[in-house]
Design a protein around this ligand. Structure first.
Ligand SMILES: [Mn+2]
Length: 305
C-alpha cells in the first residue's frame, strides 16, 4: 500500500477507541472521510470522524449480541482522507481512489463520514474492484432519490440516484425510509425500487424484515452496507444534519443487523453524524456502536464457517 493513495491520508490525533493494530493482524481498516460540502440544512460533519473515534473510547468492545470480543482482532485506524474543498466531484474522485486502494488490497473498510454523498465515491470504488455483482443495503430516513438537488447532481439528496445509475435498481435496498418528496415516492413505486419504510418495518417485526432482506441479499455475492445515522429516531441520534421523527430504535436496527450479517459484507459507511448538534455525544456513541457491531457480526460469521 506504499503508493499515491496514501498521500491523501492524514493521521488522526485519536485512533478509533484509542486502538490501531498492524494490517496483518486485522482485516478491518477504519477511514475517516470528513466530507462536508452539500448539506441543505445544517452542517458540521467534518469533525464527525474525530467525534466517533473519541466516543468509541468509552464503549465496551465485547458484543453480547454476537458473543464476540472486538478487542480480539481490532482494526487499523488509517486516518482521514484529505479532500479537495472546491469541488464535490473532485472530492468524490479522491474518495473513490483512496477507498479503492483499501478494497483492492482485500481490506474490509469502514468509512466514517462525513455526509452521505461519500457513498457515491466508495460504491464506485467497490464496483471498480469487485464488479457489479454487489448489493447496496442503505439504512436512511430519506430515499435520496432526487435526480438533482439545488442545482447539483452530487447533493446528499441524490446519493441513491447516483448509486442506482451505477448498479441498477435491483441491487439497491432502502430501509428505514420515512421522509420522501411526492416525486421520490412515485419513483419508488413506479420503478419498483426495493424499500421498507420505518413504519412498515415496525409493523412487520424483526423476523419479517430480516426475511425480506435475506431475499434481497441472496441475489448478489457481496454486500455494501451504508448507514445514514438519521435512520435512527432523533431521540437516539439527535446530532444529524436532517433529523426526521419516527425513526428506528437502536434495538430494531441492531436486531435486523444481527439477523442479516454474513460473510458477504465487504464494507460499511456510517454517515451524517453532525457533532455541533450532538452535545451529549450520544449520536457519536451510537455511530461507534454501529461500527463495533458490524465488525463483531463479520467476525462471528467467519468464525461460524
Ligand atoms: Mn438521510
Amino acid at each position: 500500500m506504499e503508493d499515491e493513495a496514501e498521500l491523501y491520508l492524514v493521521t488522526s490525533p485519536y485512533s478509533f477507541g484509542g486502538f490501531s493494530v498492524s494490517r496483518d493482524r486485522s482485516p478491518f481498516s477504519i477511514l475517516g472521510i470528513p466530507l462536508d460540502m452539500t448539506s441543505s440544512f445544517r452542517s458540521g460533519y467534518r469533525t464527525a470522524p474525530l467525534s466517533v473515534r473519541l466516543a468509541a473510547q468509552n464503549l465496551e468492545y465485547f458484543s453480547l449480541r454476537f458473543g464476540v470480543d472486538v478487542e480480539d482482532f481490532l482494526y487499523v485506524d488509517e486516518g482521514d482522507v484529505i479532500l479537495p474543498q472546491d469541488s464535490i466531484m473532485k472530492a468524490l474522485e479522491v474518495v473513490r481512489k483512496v477507498s479503492g486502494k483499501f478494497l483492492s488490497n482485500g481490506r474490509i473498510p469502514i468509512f466514517l463520514g462525513g455526509e452521505h454523498t461519500l457513498t457515491v465515491g466508495t460504491v464506485r470504488a467497490a464496483v471498480d474492484v469487485y464488479g457489479k455483482d454487489l448489493c447496496v443495503l442503505v439504512f436512511d430516513a430519506h430515499a435520496d432519490l432526487r435526480v438533482e438537488y439545488g442545482g447539483s447532481r452530487y447533493s446528499h439528496a441524490c446519493t441513491v440516484s447516483r448509486v442506482m445509475e451505477l448498479l441498477g435498481k435491483d441491487s439497491i435496498f432502502l430501509a428505514g425510509v420515512r421522509a420522501v418528496s411526492k416525486a421520490e415516492y412515485e419513483r419508488l413505486r413506479s420503478e419498483g425500487i426495493k424499500h421498507l419504510t420505518a413504519r412498515s418495518m415496525r409493523r412487520a417485526g424483526i423476523k419479517q424484515v430480516a426475511s425480506s432482506l435475506h431475499e434481497f441479499l441472496g441475489s448478489c455475492s457481496r454486500v455494501y452496507l451504508s448507514v445514514d445515522m438519521d435512520v435512527f429516531d432523533p431521540a437516539f441520534a439527535p446530532g444529524v444534519a436532517t433529523p426526521e421523527p419516527e425513526g428506528l430504535s437502536p434495538y430494531e436496527f441492531f436486531e435486523v443487523l444481527y439477523e442479516v450479517m454474513n460473510k458477504k459484507f465487504i464494507a460499511l459507511d456510517v454517515t451524517e453524524v453532525t457533532p455541533p448538534y450532538d452535545p451529549s455525544m450520544i449520536t457519536s456513541m451510537l455511530a461507534a456502536r454501529v461500527v463495533l457491531e458490524f465488525m463483531a457480526g463479520i467476525y462471528s460469521s467467519q468464525r461460524a464457517s
